[in-house]
Design a protein. Structure first.
Length: 108
């Protein structure tokens, strides 16, 4: 049985939301949709508009490959995960991350 690449979209988005420690209400607020709409995407196989999908993927830091090529079962490397997290940082956070990495490397 062939699966549509969006069959797992809701569960991928829900897992991404939980991994970031966001409530459904908070994520909906961040991307300007209703919590009910988000719940229907996560649990009822509702397909979001491209605009909403874009905002979800960006806010959650999910690789588009995870959604569009689930059959590849791509496993993120630790470096890829770090890169996505770093992209979510503001300047202050980036200064802390940079100093931390430099300190780790200096102690090798």
């Amino acid at each position: 049985m062939e699966h549509n690449s969006f069959d797992m979209l809701g569960s991928i988005l829900k897992a991404g939301r939980k991994a970031k420690g966001l409530t459904r209400e908070r994520l909906a607020e961040l991307i300007n949709i209703t919590p009910r709409y988000l719940m229907s995407i996560e649990n009822e196989n509702k397909k979001p508009s491209l605009d909403v999908l874009f905002r979800l993927v960006r806010e959650l830091g999910i690789s588009a490959d995870t959604i569009f090529y689930p059959e590849a079962q791509h496993v993120d490397t630790k470096v890829e995960q770090l890169i996505r997290l770093i992209q979510l940082c503001d300047d202050r956070d980036l200064n802390i991350v940079t100093a931390t990495i430099k300190a780790l490397l200096d102690n090798k």
